[in-house]
Write a new protein. Structure first.
Length: 484
């Protein structure tokens, strides 16, 4: 439900309640006033009848005491004819016996009780009879030790009619007021909510991608403040669009890189596991295969944690420690050798022992990717080499040396145009070959990210049809000669 309709509904309810309560109180007071006036007039009329009746009876007692009871009907008739109006009836009871009434068709109701009514005490009662309302007033006089009850019956139906008419008129008044007030409230709420609807429309445009949308609502109330807040929010959102896109891109890259990277160790694990399962190997070979499975499983575990840190940590920092280059190279060879031999390729390797600072599992992942790319680019029977050595210092003042890892193949090579794009995500030099090998164009982007994290420089030397040389240069602080 729209806000304007909520405002309209709430105001109608409040106005209805206010009018109903005020009308009820007003009509109740008016009805009470009219009833009080009727009671007062009825009591006054009864007093007048009582006074005239007592005066007439005293006159009869003085002239002829024995004829009082027989004279009472005539006295009552004279009094009623001279005093009472057309809407009042008279009942006279003498010693609890009705001896006179002006209303022969309607006897005195049985619930009009005059017992235990002291002299000159008055009571009044309301009664509904035949769709009419009456007020009965009773009084008592003591004449020569006889009880005389004077009962007047006054028709107050007009009072009820006036009340019903007031109620009907008030209902009509409420309906008219509700219609007029509803129209007025609707117009006011429409004017008040129009800026909100305009702001809502701008918000819809903004949510649909139109980030240039801004609110031009200018006012000094809460809506104007809300408009300013919206514009401030829109500026902030627009300013962070590139950052959000980068975050999404990093998330997608993480998923794709991780999926790509688990393929090689999973292939190794599945291959060795299938060998253990299907071939009866010597105990030594079983242990060796189990070690491969265990080490690759541990590498998967470490790689998942380090990839997450590498891609999502803002500062890009990962835990690093001293890594022996010879041990790192031999660990890489141990992992990739089965797949290279399966492709009927020759792998040559030689590593000079030195120390570099880095994360061994991530570096292993980088070189495995480089060797895997060399394997895919090479034809059966060709040679791949993986070497590492310390370069001579440029000057004696240098405190550190450069350690150079080289992965070289004699395969199809890479064009200069492709070399510039090879580290881009999802970029594949030979798409048909990559798809055949199950590649996704993510290996080199991950290698570049890992080397960058280690402050290493990647150089690519390649010629089409002759082969490719991938060179990674690391800073190293110490090294040992092979002779040592």
């Amino acid at each position: 439900m729209k806000f304007r309709y909520k405002v309209l509904l709430i105001n109608i309810i409040l106005i209805s309640i206010a009018l109903s309560i005020s009308g009820f109180l007003m009509m109740s007071r008016e009805n009470r006033t009219m009833l009080d006036a009727q009671v007062k007039n009825s009591v006054t009329e009864n007093n007048l009848v009582q006074s005239v009746m007592e005066y007439s009876m005293l006159d009869t007692i003085n002239n002829n005491p024995g004829s009082l009871e027989s004279e009472l009907p005539d006295i009552s008739l004279q009094v009623s004819a001279g005093i009472l109006n057309d809407t009042t009836e008279l009942f006279i009871k003498y010693d609890d016996k009705v001896i006179f009434t002006t209303d022969e068709e309607h006897p005195l109701p049985s619930d009009i009780n005059t017992d235990n009514l002291s002299t000159y005490q008055k009571k009044y009662f309301f009664s509904d009879e035949n769709d009419k309302e009456y007020i009965y007033v009773t009084s008592t006089s003591n004449i020569n030790n006889h009880i005389l009850n004077i009962i007047t019956k006054r028709d107050i139906t007009d009072n009820k009619y006036m009340t019903d008419t007031s109620i009907r008129d008030f209902r009509t008044f409420i309906i008219i007021m509700l219609v007029l007030s509803s129209l007025f409230v609707f117009i006011i709420s429409t004017l008040l909510t129009r800026p909100l609807e305009k702001l809502n429309s701008i918000t819809d445009e903004f949510s649909e991608g139109n980030f240039d949308s801004r609110s031009d609502i200018k006012s000094r109330d809460e809506i104007g403040l809300l408009s300013e807040k919206f514009n401030h929010m829109a500026d902030s959102v627009e300013g962070h669009i590139d950052e959000l896109n980068d975050m999404i891109h990093k998330r997608d890259q993480f998923v794709a890189d991780f999926t790509h990277e688990i393929k090689t160790p999973m292939t190794t694990i599945i291959g060795y596991a299938d060998t253990i399962r299907s071939v009866d190997l010597p105990r030594e070979d079983e242990i060796k295969a189990a070690n491969y499975i265990f080490s690759e499983g541990r590498r998967l575990e470490q790689m998942s944690s380090h990839l997450f840190d590498l891609i999502y940590l803002k500062d890009g920092e990962i835990p690093k420690q001293t890594v022996n280059t010879q041990g790192l190279g031999e660990a890489v060879i141990e992992t990739v050798l089965p797949s290279i031999e399966k492709a009927k390729l020759t792998l040559e390797y030689d590593f000079e022992s030195a120390s570099i600072i880095g994360d061994s599992p991530l570096l292993k992942t980088a070189f495995i990717n480089l060797l895997d790319n060399a394997r895919k680019a090479s034809s059966s029977g060709s040679k791949i080499s993986f070497t590492g050595h310390v370069l001579p210092k440029k000057s004696e003042k240098d405190d550190t040396s450069v350690y150079e890892f080289i992965v070289e193949d004699h395969g199809i090579g890479i064009s200069e145009e492709d070399i510039e794009k090879i580290c881009d995500e999802f970029y594949m030099v030979d798409k048909s070959r990559s798809r055949k090998e199950g590649g996704a164009g993510l290996g080199m982007s991950l290698v570049s990210a890992i080397l960058k994290e280690h402050d290493a420089k990647l150089r690519i030397e390649s010629k089409l049809g002759e082969g490719t040389k991938m060179i990674a240069d690391f800073s190293c602080s110490s090294y040992e000669d092979d002779e040592e």
